[in-house]
Design a protein around this ligand. Sequence first.
Ligand SMILES: Cc1cc2nc3c(=O)[nH]c(=O)nc-3n(C[C@H](O)[C@H](O)[C@H](O)COP(=O)(O)O)c2cc1C
Length: 185
Amino acid sequence: MIREVIVTTVDRSGQAHMAPLGLIEDGEGWIIAPFLPSATHDNLLESSVAVANYTDDARIFAGLITGRRDWPLVPATKISVPRLADALAHAELKVAHFKADAERPRFHCKILHKEQHAPFEGVNRAANAVVECAILLTRLHMLPRDKIDLEIAYLAIAVEKTAGPREKEAWSWLMQKREAYYAGN
Ligand SMILES: Cc1cc2nc3c(=O)[nH]c(=O)nc-3n(C[C@H](O)[C@H](O)[C@H](O)COP(=O)(O)O)c2cc1C
């Protein structure tokens, strides 16, 4: 089981970094598996702690992969890595075991602390479509354009039918990124 979350970490100077990542279930804990090169990887090697932020705000997933990095953060409870202010819930993670790999190292993390901040109010198909599309757009250089266009056309149906303002804004950022990429390639 993989859960898509926003991982926060800090660098040596205490500067926060956010990245959408799929956490892999690992018994009671989670595995963070960033492809190299990765700032999350470098920060985790340095500090061994991270926050998994659980959010239904699709703008944060779309924003982070389109250069919009200014999402409000607040201090976490037990570790000195901030969490997303608007997370529905978060988990504070500590690396228990590291498996080095030249391509995709794995940080096996245990959960130090969990907190709920707001209720989860149900699945929105447009928000899910935004997350799917955000993943697709991180693979533009690896996938044929036909496949990207076909998948986006399908995902757009859920956005047209079920999006609210947040999902519409997130979708527009993703479509701008796609257009900019193909204009230059
Ligand atoms: C929903 C979602 C899930 C992702 N999961 C992963 C992942 O598990 N591993 C990874 O390396 N990149 C993943 N990515 C891409 C990263 O977010 C992106 O490459 C990011 O810049 C990570 O690099 P960083 O640690 O340098 O920020 C995902 C992107 C999205 C939108």
